[in-house]
Design a protein around this ligand. Structure first.
Ligand SMILES: [Zn+2]
Length: 436
C-alpha cells in the first residue's frame, strides 16, 4: 500500500505544506530564476572543511585509530574521465573486518556536489566511531556492545570532482566532474524522463553506470553485501525508502519494518520534522535511475534508504549554499548532533534485529520485529509465495479449461446425435413426395 493512503487529514495538510515549499525548491533545482537579484551566500569556511582538508582529517583519524579504522582509495576511469573515492571501514576490532556474521552497513555522503553538510556528517560519525567525540546522553559501554556487532563502510565524499567545482565557486553544481547526476546513473528505470525532466540537473549519463563513481559504488555494494544502505543528501528534511521511480513503497512486511525504523528515528531524534515514505511518492516527482532503488531492487539490500538531512526551502533559488547547508553554527551543530544520534539509533536497531532480541527492549511499536535472518527468510518466503500463488492461479485456469473442453465435447456429440436422428426421420417423407 502506498504511503499517502494511510495518512490522516492533518498529515495531508503537512504534505501539502511540504509540497508548496518543495515547489519553491524545485523551481530552483530546475534553474528557473525568481526574477530578483538576491545575494548569494558564500561557503562558510569557519564551519565547513574543503574536501581536501576533510579527507586529510579523515586520513589522520584513521592513522590515530588503526585498531578500528582502515582506509582505501578506489579509482575508476571511463572515456578519459577519472574519479577517485575514499572508503573508510570501521570495525571495533579491525581484525574482524571480514566477519560475515556482523551486520554490514554502507553509508555514502556527498553524492551531490553542493550538499556540503552531508560530508561534515560523515566526519562527525567517524569521529564518534573512533571515540574522539561522543554522543550526549548515550552510555558508551551500551553503545560499544552494539558496535561490536557491526562493520560500517563510509564513503565520505562520493562525488569529489563535482565537489571541487563547488569549491571553485560553482555553488549550485550537483553533478559530477563531467555534468552527470550520479543519482540518475543507476540501472533501475534508467533514462526515463518525466514531463518536467531537466536535462541539465538530471543528466543520467550515456547509459547505466557510465560514470566511474557509480561503477565504484556498485562494486562496493556487490563485494560488501550490506544489510543497510543509506544515501545521504540535503535539500529538505526527509527519510526516504524505495521507490524513487514510482510513487509507492514496496509491499509486505519488510517494507513495514523499513518504515517503522524511519518513524522511530524521526520521532526520537529529528523532532518529527522529516517526511517519511517512498522518494517518488513523497516529494511530488519521480526520479529514475537512483542508487537507492538499485540497492533495494537489484543488490537486494534489505534496508535501503535516502536521508535528506537539511534544507532551507525559503532560501532564494540562486542561493545554493544557503539552501542546501546550514550557514550558522547553531543550526550546523544541531544538524550534526541530531543526525548522528539518528544514525547511531539505526545501528542499534539493526543490531537488535540481528540478535533477535525481544522487542520489549526497544519499545512496544517493535512488537512485530524479527531478526534480520528471519526477516530475510520471511522476505524470500514472501517472494516465493507470491510466485506460488501465481502458479495456483495458472493451475485453476487449466482445470477450468479442461472442464469446459469436456462439456464442449459432450454437447457436440449430443448435437451430432440429434442432427443425425433428425435427418434419418425426415428422409422418408421427402422420398415419398418425390414418388408422387
Ligand atoms: Zn542530493
Amino acid at each position: 500500500m502506498g504511503f499517502r493512503r494511510r495518512l490522516n487529514p492533518l498529515s495531508n495538510l503537512l504534505i501539502l505544506a511540504y509540497l508548496v515549499r518543495f515547489a519553491n525548491h524545485f523551481s530552483f533545482a530546475y534553474g528557473k530564476s525568481n526574477g530578483t537579484q538576491d545575494s548569494v551566500t558564500p561557503i562558510n569556511h569557519d564551519l565547513y572543511h574543503t574536501s581536501g582538508a576533510l579527507l586529510e582529517e579523515i586520513e589522520s583519524l584513521v592513522h590515530r585509530h588503526p585498531d578500528k579504522l582502515s582506509i582505501e582509495k578506489i579509482s575508476g576511469k571511463n572515456k578519459g574521465y577519472e574519479a577517485e573515492m575514499t572508503v573508510v571501514t570501521y570495525c571495533r576490532n579491525r581484525k574482524e573486518n571480514d566477519d560475515r556474521t556482523k551486520l554490514r552497513i554502507l553509508l555514502t555522503f556527498g553524492q551531490h556536489a553542493r550538499e556540503l553538510i552531508t560530508t561534515e556528517l560523515a566526519l562527525r560519525l567517524l569521529s564518534i566511531l573512533s571515540e574522539e567525540e561522543f554522543l550526549p546522553s548515550v552510555d558508551r559501554s551500551t553503545l560499544n556492545r552494539t558496535l561490536d556487532r557491526l562493520v560500517i563502510k563510509v564513503v565520505p565524499v562520493e562525488n569529489l570532482n563535482g565537489r571541487k567545482l563547488v569549491e571553485d565557486g560553482e555553488l549550485c553544481e550537483r553533478r559530477n566532474g563531467r555534468g552527470v547526476d550520479l543519482n540518475r546513473n543507476w540501472a533501475v528505470d534508467w533514462g526515463k524522463k518525466e514531463k518536467d525532466y531537466d536535462p541539465y540537473e538530471e543528466n543520467p549519463g550515456t547509459g547505466p553506470f557510465s560514470e566511474p563513481e557509480t561503477q565504484i559504488m556498485r562494486k562496493l555494494s556487490v563485494s560488501f553485501e550490506p544489510h543497510i544502505w543509506v544515501n545521504v543528501h540535503s535539500g529538505m528534511e526527509a527519510l526516504f525508502m524505495p521507490y524513487d521511480h514510482k510513487n509507492t513503497t514496496p509491499e509486505g512486511i519488510p517494507s513495514k519494518i523499513m518504515k517503522s525504523m524511519l518513524e522511530k528515528l524521526n520521532h526520537f531524534h529529528l523532532k518529527d520534522h522529516c517526511l517519511i515514505g517512498s522518494g517518488g511518492g513523497s516529494v511530488g516527482y519521480l526520479a529514475h535511475g537512483t542508487a537507492t532503488d538499485y540497492m533495494y531492487d537489484i543488490a537486494r539490500v534489505p534496508m535501503a534508504y535516502t536521508f535528506e538531512i537539511y534544507g532551507d526551502l525559503k532560501a532564494s533559488s540562486r542561493d545554493c549554499f544557503k539552501m542546501f547547508n546550514p550557514i550558522d553554527i547553531t543550526s550546523f551543530n544541531s544538524v550534526l548532533n541530531d543526525w548522528s544520534a539518528a544514525f547511531f539509533q539505526m545501528f542499534t536497531i539493526g543490531v537488535q534485529q540481528m540478535n533477535g532480541l525481544q522487542p520489549k527492549a526497544i519499545g512496544s511499536s517493535f512488537d512485530n520485529w524479527v531478526s534480520i535472518d528471519d526477516y530475510l527468510n520471511g522476505y524470500l518466503m514472501h517472494r516465493k509465495s507470491r510466485y506460488g500463488k501465481k502458479m495456483e492461479v495458472l493451475d485453476l485456469g487449466l482445470q477450468e479449461i479442461r472442464t469446459y473442453f469436456r462439456l464442449f465435447l459432450l454437447s457436440s456429440v449430443l448435437l451430432l446425435f440429434m442432427f443425425c436422428s433428425r435427418i434419418s426421420k425426415s428422409t422418408r417423407p421427402i422420398v415419398s413426395a418425390m414418388a408422387l
